[in-house]
Design a protein around this ligand. Structure first.
Ligand code: 2BA
Length: 109
């Protein structure tokens, strides 16, 4: 068994959860915050049998779109003088950041 941890954009989360549930996957949805943009995103926990892993990943890949967002990046100028300025930068976020972990044991009590 595997545990999929998928960090996705909020805009994709509802459709993705529905699609996964319709295909019989168990899903837990967490409201999370990205460390770089400090903006909300969604983390899904999906426990899957090994032979369903690829099918689940295909759904995630299909429904999660990459988007461009503006972020404010702190840059330092002036060396030791420590002058800080905030520069707007464009970053491409997503589709999905996915971690796949082996599950040692799965119990429901
Ligand atoms: P954030 O940390 O808010 O990052 C949003 C996007 O900003 C990233 O998109 C990436 O394009 C950009 N970015 C992140 N760190 C950067 C940096 N130091 N310099 C320049 N650009 C940077 P994604 O890579 O698609 O990541 C989307 C979200 O997935 C992240 O939101 C974070 O919540 C999560 N994530 C990504 N990689 C991760 C990792 N290795 N471990 C844990 N969470 C991760």
């Amino acid at each position: 068994m595997k545990l999929i941890i998928a960090i996705v954009q909020d805009e994709d989360a509802s459709r993705l959860v529905s699609a996964l549930m319709n295909d019989g996957y168990g899903v837990t949805k967490l409201a999370t915050t990205g460390g770089f943009l400090r903006a909300g995103n969604t983390t899904l926990l999906v426990g899957v049998e090994d032979d369903h892993l690829d099918g689940c990943l295909r759904i995630i890949e299909k429904l999660c779109k990459s988007r461009k967002q503006m972020a404010t990046s702190p840059i330092t100028a002036g060396g030791a003088a420590g002058i800080y300025a905030h520069m707007p930068i464009e970053v491409t976020v997503g589709g999905a950041t996915v971690f796949i972990l082996n599950v040692e044991q799965f119990s429901k009590f």
